[in-house]
Design a protein around this ligand. Structure first.
Ligand SMILES: [Zn+2]
Length: 232
């Protein structure tokens, strides 16, 4: 029954009726999930205008990113929470694709001087993948790509395989405790490239830091990070 409800939610939001997820108006572009007024009123971080960009600060002394930013604040009971929940738990890929498009439009302005070569979505575990059937960061990347045309490489980083056995769970916990949450596959396609790590929510930055450390073990040109949202 729960699954059916989720399926219905996704179906309704995707196909019928086509209304703004936030205010309910039907005056919106076909490809959008929010109307223009609601898009304009979103809680943008505007960190790009701050001298001490808080996203850079999170990683100070640990990772030096070429460019680091988050598009929106993630606040509880907000339209942003709704969009992320739709993307992660209600199979609403369109919500993520839309977020990705906003990210892409923003990035086109922000990284003009410092072009991105490759988008790298932060991987999710196989357990989550089987539940969700997609990686939400990959959907964001697809939205970004629809605006920028930048290639996506989702096989470079991988989460170790998780199984239900306690031995496996313990092993993954131990790996995470020493910052090894990911495995780096064939690094050749990323050598001497400017990589942009993409994720949906940035909180402590631990996941992104683990991914960044691993990518920096090989010869890349530059490393940047951009997330859809930032939790205060
Ligand atoms: Zn609206």
């Amino acid at each position: 029954m729960h699954f059916l409800q989720q399926y219905l939610d996704a179906f309704l939001h995707l196909w019928y009726p086509h209304i703004c997820l936030c205010c309910g108006t039907d005056q919106l572009e076909k490809q959008d999930v929010l109307c223009k007024n609601c898009i304009h009123a979103l809680p943008y971080t505007d960190f790009e205008n701050e001298i001490n960009n808080p996203i850079h600060k999170i990683f100070w002394g640990r990772i030096s990113f070429e460019y680091a930013n988050a598009l929106l604040f993630f606040t509880k009971d907000s339209i942003i929470q709704l969009l992320i929940t739709q993307l992660k738990y209600h199979h609403n890929k369109k919500a993520g694709w839309m977020l990705g498009r906003w990210m892409g439009q923003f990035l086109m302005e922000q990284v003009k001087e410092n072009p991105i070569d490759i988008l790298i979505p932060i991987p999710i575990s196989n357990v989550k993948y089987h539940k969700r059937l997609y990686n939400q960061s990959m959907i964001l990347c697809e939205g970004i790509q629809s605006i920028t045309g930048w290639p996506i490489m989702d096989k470079v980083l991988r989460k170790p395989f998780e199984s239900a056995s306690q031995t496996h769970k313990d092993r993954i916990k131990r790996m995470e405790a020493i910052g090894q949450s990911f495995i780096l596959e064939d690094p050749h396609p990323i050598l001497n490239k400017h990589l942009l790590l993409v994720d949906d929510v940035l909180t402590t930055g631990a996941t992104i830091e683990a991914a960044a450390h691993l990518l920096q073990t090989v010869e890349i040109k530059k490393l940047s990070v951009f997330t859809a949202t930032y939790t205060i």
